[in-house]
Design a protein around this ligand. Structure first.
Ligand SMILES: *Cc1c(COP(=O)(O)O)cnc(C)c1O
Length: 416
């Protein structure tokens, strides 16, 4: 073993990530700057946690003001920020109660507990038997219970034993979902669009069918909108685009305005009301700093402006991306300012495309081998969005995507 000091930039970090070779030190709006002063357009936005941009002035002002007042009280006492936040968030969602937590995974865990308690106390499921139906390809977080119902081997292997009580059905298949429901089923837990799976959009009638089926069988519909919600898809919730109202919304990521972790379970009293004092909690959940930032986020969404902007810019983004089909791109999916782009594997991996994009000043993230996703902050300037797609186009050309021999797909398109 060498005794020399290790000069790796992250030598003292557990290796649970393999970041692109860039070290960021500041950011403003959709732009970030690295330690060498190089600027990049952020087209990941921290997996949609930075929907409103880096250093959003309104959100930073709310955080600053609260820093000077009080930041943490625990829920052993009330704080004067939490109820206003809960009231506004519940109203935004058309519900009447909020369970505040910190991270997305905690919101999911909380919903699992709430759904089980509702099953035993309201639906009358036999004690210890409650099941929750989930979808294949899901991503709901990283805790031991949540990975227990993941089918991503990388996320699961060597982390067992797993939590029982989950049934997996194919995503997008309402008939399979209905067939999986029995007298033990307390909830169906789904992402309205599967983000980590590659921005997978289910068939148009899927979510309405899930709503009809869950209602018919007295089962809770829990929508994990942690990544899809709060403006990203051109609506407050992706469920709005699908015309459905779930029993519980799970929110996180953008709810913290890119400043602090803030998550929540939002629902009505007949469900969230099952929790009794002492049964569930979090030291940091609902802290005054988080609540102040969360309230400022809700106020921003109440105007409808971010949703409208994501819708308008999303149309431009998707039109530009569709034009790349057959030029190194084999499929494009998404909604609003959110796209999953399948790169022709013959051109290179998604990772390689992201590395080349980075050389051109665009930060994006690959998923599942050959998919690149784009989810820039909603505050991105239209010209910058166009420029980002120009860079993707240039990378694809560089890899041979536009040439007739670049790929089978390109050849096929050229011969039709
Ligand atoms: C990111 C994410 C989570 C987990 O959120 P964390 O804050 O990372 O725990 C859960 N569900 C979905 C859909 C997500 O995208």
């Amino acid at each position: 073993m060498s005794a020399r000091p290790n000069r790796e930039p992250d030598a003292h970090l557990a290796h649970n990530y393999s970041p692109l070779e860039v070290t960021l030190s500041s950011g403003e709006g959709a732009w970030v700057t690295d330690v060498h002063g190089r600027r990049y357009l952020d087209c990941l936005a921290a997996y949609s946690a930075v929907n409103f941009g880096h250093g959003n002035p309104e959100l930073v002002a709310a955080a600053r003001a609260q820093l000077d007042r009080i930041t943490l009280t625990s829920r052993a006492f009330r704080n004067d920020r939490l109820e206003p936040f809960a009231e506004a968030l519940a109203a935004l969602a058309g519900k009447d109660m909020v369970l505040p937590m910190n991270t997305g995974a905690e919101a999911v865990e909380s919903a699992v507990k709430v759904a089980r308690a509702w099953g035993y106390r309201v639906k009358g499921v036999r004690q210890g038997r409650a099941t929750i139906v989930v979808a294949s390809g899901n991503f709901h977080g990283r805790t031991t219970t949540i990975i227990s119902f993941s089918d991503d081997e990388q996320a699961r292997a060597d982390f067992g034993p797993y939590t029982p009580g989950f049934v997996t059905v194919p995503y997008g298949d309402a008939a399979a979902l209905e067939a999986a429901i029995d007298e033990t089923t307390v909830a169906v837990l789904l992402e309205p669009i599967q983000g980590e799976a590659g921005v997978l959009v289910p068939p148009d009638d899927y979510l309405p069918e899930v709503r009809r089926i869950t209602r018919a069988h007295d089962v809770l519909f829990v929508a994990d909108e942690i990544q899809s919600g709060l403006g990203r898809t051109g609506a407050t919730f992706q469920c709005d685009n699908a015309g459905v109202v779930p029993d519980l919304y799970l929110l996180g990521k953008a709810l913290g305005g890119g400043i602090v972790p803030v998550s929540a379970v939002v629902g009505n009293r007949d469900v969230l009301g099952v929790l009794r004092p002492g049964e569930h909690g979090s030291t940091f959940g609902g802290n005054p700093l988080a609540a102040a930032v969360g309230l400022a986020v809700v106020r921003m969404l109440e105007t409808g402006e971010p949703q409208e902007r994501a819708r308008r810019l999303g149309m431009i983004l998707h039109e530009r991306l569709r034009a790349l089909l057959g030029r190194g791109v084999v499929a494009v999916r998404g909604a609003g300012l959110w796209a999953g782009i399948d790169i022709d594997p013959a051109l290179g991996t998604g990772r390689r495309v992201c590395e080349l994009l980075m050389e051109r000043g665009v930060l994006a993230k690959d998923t599942h081998g050959s998919t690149v996703r784009l989810a820039p902050p909603i505050v991105i300037e239209e010209a910058d969005l166009e420029w980002a797609v120009d860079q993707l186009e240039a990378v694809l050309d560089e890899l041979g995507g536009a040439s007739p021999h670049g790929s089978d797909e390109a050849e096929r398109v050229q011969t039709v």
